[in-house]
Design a protein around this ligand. Structure first.
Ligand code: ADP
Ligand code: MG
Length: 698
């Protein structure tokens, strides 16, 4: 990205004012600053107050301060770390300046009688107040030193670029901004007034050079109206870019799927359970969307075990009833295979043809599946992302379902949509996620989607009891497992991936399996991990499902979607190193049947306070939303959306957690701009998201 931008504008021509040499440009490039605009949006991370001189007697240890005084005495020391100690005096008191190394020219200056202005943090030392290596300037009688007129900004910087240099650059940039007819105000005047926000130029001027009376704490908390205004504009740009994607998508041709209900009624009659109210409601919302002639783009959120699969089934049947195909994609082979088994069992009796495709379906079987998809013989297609490869061509795909969407980012969403371009219309799209996404995050990350929530679990679910144990108590755990297996229950033992390569983790799983087999010779133990051949994975899962295996040792491949209701005990090793949302997903593999379930989180002693607190959250609640909120506050959006996707949410100034209270306002204004001020949409998106190409695409 950097290289590309450089080519477009050229390093020097991007800076329309003097004073940026090649060297500085190089440093700036490292900070991703390629133009004056970038420089203006490179905001200080903190501030210092150098606008007033304080009396020594009034100094408070821990604060930073500017003082002026005369060197009264110096002592050069040979032993210890301190090389030079100066006693500085003003009319109110004495402070020591402590230096660990002194350059020759400095030792010439630092002599009794010299008047200095110093800036540093004040500390309490062995001899009273002191400053360690303060910044200092000599005060000459004939040349008074001016004081700063505004708070001093401290910028994020990089090696070779001093604060002084970057301050000078921003001073030039601000002058340029005021003089040139550029950096246009994009918020319409009435909106600025309505929100009582300053103009963009005033806001930037303020943030770079805050007036001396502004409280630094307010600046640090991002509470000033100038900062809020910048945050607001950035959030607005993000919101609008996603809304635009949504409207563009909605203006495409879709295919209207009428509600015949013949197959779905048959299906309903075969189901062994009654749908929950929440499931019924979401099914209706989807059915309603599918009837429309523009493509649906809907997100279904529902905690683990809330029963999303059956909701997807109803949507798929509506497509089949209208003579079209429906495809569902899962993020792992394991889950895709499970879906295949379930849908095969559900739909084959209705005379609906279900096929499976993944990277591991090879040779003749593969050509047969591809042919069935192409001829339209296959009505329901299940698989992994292999479904979206070039060689797959559908005859009449009307609905695409993506399960466990939290693994896919904005870019992939664009890709799925593009797949529909093969046909003369766009297929409807349903995206399902079990990761409960806190509202603020959902509103920002999924603004291009309509949302449905399954906020209810099927009745009769027993709560999961969670305990947290040190790894040293494995023996107890094994005893528990023995008891559970004797009672006919089944157990997962999870060896998670921790920073190491997949190969090492798979080895660890194999070792764990061998160990457990020795300790529990009377039971059958199976294993699944990412490196196994899919046939072996599949047969292990089938055997576990059928109850032929008592204990399944697994890596986190079972994290998403796997559904074996009889499994009611889960052991997770190294639990302290996993994200809470991930633990919640894993734990969601148990508690799906009618027996009470247990989850044991094993950790490596000793635990940090934070780790303790996090595991305690897992022990205390099974509410996915609470856990996600906690995770969001603790570890940021990356934990919940997957690190790859955080790029989609990287803000320059805004912070979704800190600034969540202005989001409702942002959304209101975004709608207003979409309706009444379309002309500012492109420049707004360009200003804030210029380099994120995927945003513009459908
Ligand atoms: P998830 O939302 O995590 O994908 P699944 O769709 O895998 O959940 O459903 C979890 C389990 O609950 C499955 O065994 C499914 O058959 C069962 N189930 C789904 N809906 C109901 C219901 N209304 N009543 C009882 N069991 C249900
Ligand atoms: Mg699922």
């Amino acid at each position: 990205m950097c290289a590309k931008k450089q080519n477009e504008v050229g390093v020097t021509s991007a800076f329309q004012f003097h004073g940026i040499g090649k060297q500085s440009a190089k440093h700036l490039a490292r900070l991703e600053i390629f133009s004056v605009q970038d420089l203006l949006f490179h905001l200080p991370s903190r501030y210092q107050d150098r606008t007033r001189i304080e009396f020594i007697r009034q100094l408070i240890p821990g604060n930073e301060a500017v003082i002026e005084g005369t060197i009264h005495q110096i002592s050069t020391l040979q032993r210890g770390r301190t090389k030079l100690l100066c006693e500085l005096k003003d009319e109110t008191g004495i402070i020591h300046l402590r230096f660990f190394h002194v350059l020759t020219f400095q030792s010439k200056i630092l002599q009794p009688g010299t008047r200095l202005r110093c800036y540093s943090e004040v500390r309490m030392g062995p001899k009273g107040l002191e400053m360690v290596h303060p910044e200092f300037q000599v005060i000459r009688k004939d040349k008074p030193l001016p004081l700063d007129q505004h708070l001093t900004p401290i910028y994020p910087t990089t090696e070779g670029l001093t604060q002084y240099a970057i301050r000078k650059l921003t001073t030039n940039a601000l002058a340029w901004m005021r003089n040139e007819n550029t950096l246009h105000e994009l918020l319409p005047e009435p909106l600025l007034q309505l929100l009582s926000y300053p103009t963009l130029k005033d806001a930037l001027q303020f943030v770079h050079r805050p007036p001396r009376q502004v409280l630094i704490t307010n600046l640090l908390d991002n509470k000033t109206v100038a900062q809020q205004r910048l945050v607001f504009e950035e959030l607005l740009a993000h919101r609008i870019s996603l809304l635009q994607v949504k409207y563009k998508f909605q203006s495409q041709m879709g295919v209207s799927l009428a509600k015949h209900e013949k197959l779905s009624q048959q299906f309903r009659a075969c189901l062994l359970f009654q749908l929950t109210h929440a499931q019924e409601r979401v099914i209706q919302e989807i059915q309603h969307d599918l009837i429309l002639s523009h493509p649906m783009l809907r997100l279904v959120q529902g905690d683990v075990g809330s029963g999303k699969t059956v909701v997807a089934a109803f949507a798929m049947l509506q497509s089949v009833e209208n003579g079209h195909q429906a495809a569902m994609m899962a993020p792992t082979e394991l889950l895709a295979e499970q879906h295949y088994r379930v849908f095969h069992r559900w739909f084959e009796p209705l005379g609906v043809k279900v096929v499976f495709l993944s990277g591991n379906v090879k040779a003749r079987a593969r050509s047969a599946v591809l042919e069935a998809i192409k001829s339209g013989d296959a009505q329901i297609i299940l698989g992994t992302h292999a479904l979206f490869q070039q060689e797959v061509s559908f005859t009449s795909l009307a609905l695409v379902i993506i399960d466990e969407q939290h693994r896919f980012g904005v870019q992939q969403r664009a890709l799925f949509r593009a797949k529909g371009m093969q046909l003369s219309y766009f297929p409807h799209q349903l995206i399902m996620t079990a990761t409960p996404i806190p509202r603020t995050l959902a509103m920002s990350f999924y603004a291009d989607l309509d949302c449905s929530t399954i906020n209810e679990l099927p009745p009769g679910r027993m709560p999961i009891m969670t305990s947290v144990l040190a790894n040293s108590r494995r023996e107890e755990v094994v005893t528990r497992i023995r008891k559970a297996c004797q009672q006919g229950r089944q157990v997962y033992w999870v060896c998670p991936l921790i920073d190491e390569s997949e190969a090492i983790v798979c080895q660890a799983a194999t070792k764990t399996m061998e160990e457990l087999q020795k300790l529990l010779p009377e039971f059958k133990i199976g294993m699944v991990h990412g490196r196994m051949h899919s046939n072996h994975k599949e047969s292990a899962m089938r055997a576990f499902q059928a109850g032929e295996i008592h204990l399944l040792v697994a890596t986190t491949v079972i994290e998403v979607g796997v559904d074996v209701p009889n499994a009611s005990v889960m052991i997770i090793e190294n639990a302290e190193r996993l994200g809470l949302s991930q633990l919640h997903q894993l734990r969601g593999r148990v508690g799906r049947g009618l027996t009470a379930s247990h989850c044991v989180l094993l950790y490596q002693y000793p635990l940090s306070e934070l780790a303790k607190a996090r595991l305690a959250v897992m022990r205390e609640t099974t509410d996915g939303f609470k856990i996600a909120q906690y995770d969001l506050e603790l570890r940021g959006p990356g934990e919940i959306l997957g690190t790859k996707q955080t790029g989609d949410l990287s803000f320059r100034i805004a912070d979704l957690i800190r600034d969540s209270d202005i989001l409702p306002q942002v959304h209101k204004i975004a709608d207003l701009i979409m309706r009444d001020h379309k002309e500012v949409i492109p420049p707004l998106i360009e200003r804030w998201l210029g380099n994120k190409e995927e945003y513009g695409k459908v």
